[in-house]
Structures are given as structure tokens and as C-alpha cells.
Design a protein around this ligand. Structure first.
Ligand SMILES: O=C(O)C1=C[C@@H](OP(=O)(O)O)[C@@H](O)[C@H](O)C1
Ligand SMILES: C=C(OP(=O)(O)O)C(=O)O
Length: 416
């Protein structure tokens, strides 16, 4: 590998910026917003709630919020956790009747604690649904106030409540009461920081409690960072296949948990440098086994598990039991698919144990999960005849992943 691979904008930042733009007190703009399925679904969902979003210029999207969210009809969540967890808290105080649904796989994703919390805050949700599909009749006078929920299944329950909370009559005072910790904490911190940057008061002095004060959300123009979780698979390519890869525009300070890939690749034995050119990863030596708690950066698990399957000792990944509720049950999927290529992987309660084996080719199922497809692509660099059944599922967060991946390989071959 000898090339530079730019990656598009962060899904997490883009969808937060869209939501906050739709709830703001004036027009906002977004530069470098990610144009992918998850963010197209978010734009459509917010349009259904009365927001005008002009994305005709790919460089700069304009967001014109409604005075009060209103609309009706179907909100398609696809397989996007951010849409199914960030938009219902908005529909809850909009005027209109909304049905939320999504892909077959999305109906399996957990949502119960968020819907119960919204119900406790005064929302009108038909029946007692624990997942998609469900119906909400909005209530512009939604009281809000204190609410307790178990957010050990997803940090997105907390983020969703906080993002809309400033627009509830009494704001929102959220407590996590689960026995296990909230996963993906940096994503909650990203939510809090983006609210504060828009003038919203958020108190976080107490462990597992977030208080959002009622008030306006200031409009803001924002430049979105590259998506570091999507960048991880390209950075890992150099660690796995040797040579070096640079990801330009890697931020020197960021709230994205994908930034952890720098330490992770270093632990595997790659050389990782962050400087004016961006992030450069140099590989070529054998990969060392790792012991990693990925609770804070759980979306990296499929790529990290694929690297670990190529390491020279037994690796363990812990802290990620909740990823059974991601796009697919990622622990089961990784166990099945890595073992299908000859690996020796075992699920534990909250992670994976991956023993070294010589891998062989075979079909690697993606289960509609973009990051499973990333894992397969990575293994295919060094294991002959790995076939991923559905590379197109990468469109969830990067529509041109196949082209970028091929370009990375072609560029490297030209160089050698
Ligand atoms: O808020 C966000 O943008 C995200 C939060 C995390 O969700 P979980 O807390 O469900 O892991 C992460 O895995 C997901 O990819 C994006
Ligand atoms: C868990 C993920 O996505 P979502 O936002 O759909 O939860 C992910 O992108 O790895």
C-alpha cells in the first residue's frame, strides 16, 4: 500500500448538525456533510417535519428550520440508528401524526428504553412498542422534565433526548439507571459539545445525568470532519498489507471515537504518525495480538476483529456486548464469518476471543452491515478469494466505498 485516501464527512457529526439545524432559531449551513444513505434518510425525515434542506450544492448544504416542527406520514429510518433514535424525540413535540419504520434488520434493533422514556416525558406513542414500527402523535406542548432509562443498549437513546430536549417546555433531565455503563460515551460528549456550541445550557456535573435547559438552539455554520470510523478500514489496510497509507485532513483534536484507531493500530505493531499531511500508517511487520476494551469505540469492532484474525497470538475484545443490537448481531456475525474463513473466534458475554489461524478464502456474509463488509474487504487484501456477498451495503455511510477501495489498491500497484 502506498497511497493517500481522503474519506468523506462524519456520519455522526453530519446527522447531529442536521438535527440541530432543523431545531435552530435560524438558517444554518453545513460544509463537507456526508452524502450517504444514513444522512439522506435523516434529511428526508427532517423534511417531513417541515425543515427545508437544500443539498443541491454538494459542498454546502443550507438548512432552513420551521418555526415549529410539523408534518405527517411515514418516517423511513432505513437501518440508521441515528434516525431511529434522534428523530422520534422531535416528532414527539411536533404537530402531526407520524409512523416510524425501517429495514427488516432495523426492526430488530433495540428502541424500547427510548420509547418508554418519551412516553414518561409526555409523548403520545400508540401501544407499548419496543422497536420499529410505531406511531407517534406529536404534542407541541410536550412537558419534558426528568426521566430515567437504561441506556446500556445504546448511547443514542441519550443523545436523541438531549438533542431535542432544549425544545421541550421544561427541557430534559436524563438519568442512566442501567447496571452496565452507557456505551460509546464519546458520542454523548459530541452531542453535549454540539449543543453547547449552539448556546444550549447542558449540565453534566453528575455521573450518568445530563440536564438540558429549555431555550433556543442557535443556528451555526459548520464544517464537518472526515469520518474517522470509516477511515479506520483504510488506515488498517496499511497495517495489514504493509506499505503506508495517508488519510488527509485527520483532525488533531476531535470528539470522534474513531480516533482510537491510532492507538489500536499502534498496539497491533503498525507505525502511526499524525502530522501536517494527515494520519499516516505504516505496516509491514507481523501483527501482534491485542487486548482491547472497545466500549467507547464499539463501531470499530468489525475492523479490529478482522485485523486480530491476522495477528500472531490470541486477541481479546471486551466491553462491546451491546453491538449485538447494531446493524446486525455483530458478535455472532463476526464469529460466524471469521470462522468460515478458517479463523478460531469465540463470542464472550461482552466481546470476542480471536485465536491465530491460517485463513483461507470463502464467502463472507455482510448481513446488510457496512462494517462487516469493511472487515471482509480488509481480509481480502491478504487472504486470496475472499468474496463479500453484498458490498453495496457500504452505501449506508460511504456510497463509493468500492471505488475508493479499488483506487487505493490500484494506486498502490502503480507505485510498486
Ligand atoms: O451517536 C452516534 O452517532 C453513534 C453512536 C454509537 O451508537 P451505540 O451507542 O449504539 O453504539 C455508534 O456505535 C454509532 O455508530 C453512532
Ligand atoms: C452502529 C453503527 O451505526 P448506527 O448509527 O446505525 O447505530 C455503525 O455505523 O457502526
Amino acid at each position: 500500500m502506498h497511497t493517500s485516501v481522503p474519506v468523506p464527512g462524519s456520519k455522526s457529526e453530519t446527522n447531529r448538525a442536521l438535527v440541530l439545524g432543523a431545531l435552530a432559531d435560524g438558517p444554518s449551513s453545513l460544509r463537507g456533510g456526508l452524502d450517504a444513505r444514513d444522512t439522506a434518510l435523516m434529511r428526508d425525515a427532517l423534511r417531513r417535519l417541515g425543515t427545508v434542506i437544500d443539498d443541491s450544492d454538494p459542498e454546502r448544504w443550507q438548512i432552513e428550520p420551521p418555526a415549529e416542527p410539523s408534518g405527517d406520514g411515514l418516517i423511513d429510518c432505513g437501518l440508521a440508528g441515528t434516525v431511529m433514535r434522534f428523530v422520534p424525540p422531535i416528532a414527539a413535540f411536533a404537530s402531526g401524526e407520524f409512523r416510524f419504520d425501517g429495514d427488516a434488520e432495523a426492526r430488530e434493533r433495540p428502541l424500547g428504553p427510548l420509547l418508554t422514556a418519551l412516553d414518561d416525558l409526555g409523548a403520545r406513542i400508540a401501544g407499548q412498542p419496543v422497536g420499529l414500527p410505531f406511531d407517534i402523535t406529536g404534542r407541541p406542548d410536550l412537558p419534558g422534565g426528568p426521566v430515567a432509562l437504561d441506556a446500556s443498549g445504546s448511547s443514542q437513546y441519550i443523545s436523541g433526548l438531549l438533542l431535542a430536549g432544549a425544545r421541550y417546555r421544561r427541557g430534559v433531565d436524563v438519568r442512566h439507571i442501567g447496571e452496565s455503563p452507557v456505551p460509546s460515551r464519546p458520542h454523548v460528549e459530541m452531542t453535549v459539545a454540539m449543543l453547547r456550541e449552539r448556546g444550549v445550557r447542558v449540565d453534566t456535573g453528575e455521573e450518568n445525568r445530563w440536564v438540558v435547559w429549555p431555550g433556543p438552539i442557535a443556528a451555526r455554520n459548520l464544517v464537518i470532519e472526515p469520518d474517522l470510523s470509516n477511515a479506520a478500514v483504510f488506515a488498517a489496510a496499511a497495517a495489514v498489507a504493509g506499505g503506508h497509507i495517508t488519510i488527509p485532513d485527520w483532525p488533531t483534536r476531535t470528539r470522534q471515537p474513531g480516533d482510537r484507531i491510532r492507538d489500536i493500530l499502534t498496539a497491533f505493531g503498525a507505525v502511526v504518525e499524525l502530522d501536517g499531511r494527515g494520519l499516516t500508517v505504516t505496516g509491514g511487520h507481523s501483527l501482534q495480538a491485542v487486548e482491547l476494551d472497545l466500549r467507547d469505540a464499539s463501531e470499530l469492532t468489525p475492523v479490529v476483529a478482522a485485523i486480530a484474525a491476522l495477528a500472531d497470538g490470541t486477541s481479546t475484545i471486551t466491553g462491546v456486548g451491546h453491538i449485538r443490537g447494531h446493524e446486525t448481531d455483530r458478535l455472532a456475525a463476526l464469529e460466524n464469518e471469521l470462522n468460515g474463513l478458517g479463523s478460531h473466534v469465540r463470542q464472550t458475554d461482552d466481546g470476542l476471543v480471536i485465536e491465530p489461524r491460517l485463513l483461507h478464502g470463502g464467502t463472507f456474509a455482510s448481513y446488510a452491515d457496512h462494517r462487516m463488509a469493511h472487515a471482509a474487504a480488509l481480509l481480502g487484501l491478504v487472504v486470496p478469494d475472499v468474496v463479500v456477498d453484498d458490498i453495496d451495503c457500504t452505501a449506508k455511510t460511504m456510497p463509493d466505498f468500492p471505488r475508493r477501495w479499488q483506487a487505493m489498491i490500484d494506486d498502490s500497484q502503480r507505485y510498486t
